[in-house]
Design a protein. Sequence first.
Length: 482
Amino acid sequence: MDQKIILIIGQDRIRKTKISTILQQCELADFEYIHFSSINKAKAAISECPPCLVLVHVKRKKEVIDFSGYMQENHARVPIILIMTTDRSTTQTLMEKGAHHLMYLEHVNQVSLMHVVLAAIEQKRVENELRSRDAILQAVNYAAEVFLSRLDWESRINDVLARLGSATGSDRVYIYKNEIHQEVGLVSKLQAEWTTTGVQPLKGFSEASGNEYRASGFQRWLEVLKRGEMIFGNVLDLPPEEQPHLLKMDVRSLAVVPIFTDQLWWGFIGYDQCCQDKNWSSIEVDALKTAAKILGAAIARQDAETRLTHLATHDYLTNLPNRMLLEDRFVLAVARAERSGKKFGIIAIDLDKFKLVNDAHGHPFGDKVLVEVAWRLSEAVRSSDTCARVGGDEFTVLAEGINNKKDLRRVMEKLTQSMKPEISIDEKQVFLTASMGAGIYPNHGTQMEQLMKAADIALYQVKDVYSGSKIFIDEQISWLKE
């Protein structure tokens, strides 16, 4: 909104003096005055570029009432001053229709007009700031409710950002999350965005999908946001090295607010104005900061719940799925097998003579060996399979999409091959092997306990008794006969 334009509609004359002349004498030299005798032409001008104030001097009451209603519905942020005759019968109707200040013709002079104009602009500015703040906070409360009540908040993020965009008068709203890359350091990755009609999304710009703060010339952003401070204003007022990147994405003004979770800088939420400049008021800035704090708290809680869920479903040492998650995967595997007509296997894996590792080198070293074994086994299976730790040195693999024992044998052979290279930890070398047994769904059972028992029986049929100082036994594979 251009804060220097006052639109005069209707007659630009009171008695023998022009309204624009009176305004020019009111020490309002910074303002520009545009006169439209036609209300329809004035509407078109207001839609194209809303002024800071509209002054209406039209004698036909119906036209004044209709115009006031139009402004209230379409341009409620623009203050209106009506210059009326002594007939006060329509005053209440006009006030209800959105007129903010009424002046009676006989009271208009240089002093009174100046006071009313300045008061109307200031009053509307405060009203707009408060309205904007309340709208932002309402949008943020909705966002917090979504984040706090739904673990799958990504499915609602577009609605959340749309509300924030509408509340802030932004054309584009987006969330970036910080990530550490070993080669380039801290980068920001686009997580979600919303754009209004006609504005190109950031994901359409290759430069905006991920930003290396140093490489993209935004080192200042890194320092400012990390301190918990905002970056906002018109793009042309930013440092020259930052402008090309933003102008290429059609940004005219913006506000970028850091998001912190548990005192850690998580990322930021940004608001872009692409169609016109925006001057952020202090009230709006405070509301945006509050928005970021609420979002940060919601994300932190969600992350905590995600971590707790992960801890409940994964082994604390190896980070493999535990028995609880394996049971869930089993239920899903059964459903997929029923739909596809294929089978799946349960493979029981037991490390041979692992107790000797703990006895010789201690349990801390043994834990490191288990972590290495877990990594090797998980790398050996397909992405559709599940490798879980179900005991001290016992692992279980759920291998889906198999047709027969031959398919399952290939999976087991890859698992045994993964155990062949020596394990080198803390300048110590250990040779480990594993015995394996398998059960096939539905040949050896339809329940998880049945298949686990079948795989264990097969495993212990091939488990050799070995004594000696060196841990090395030829890999053995067994399964129940169909």
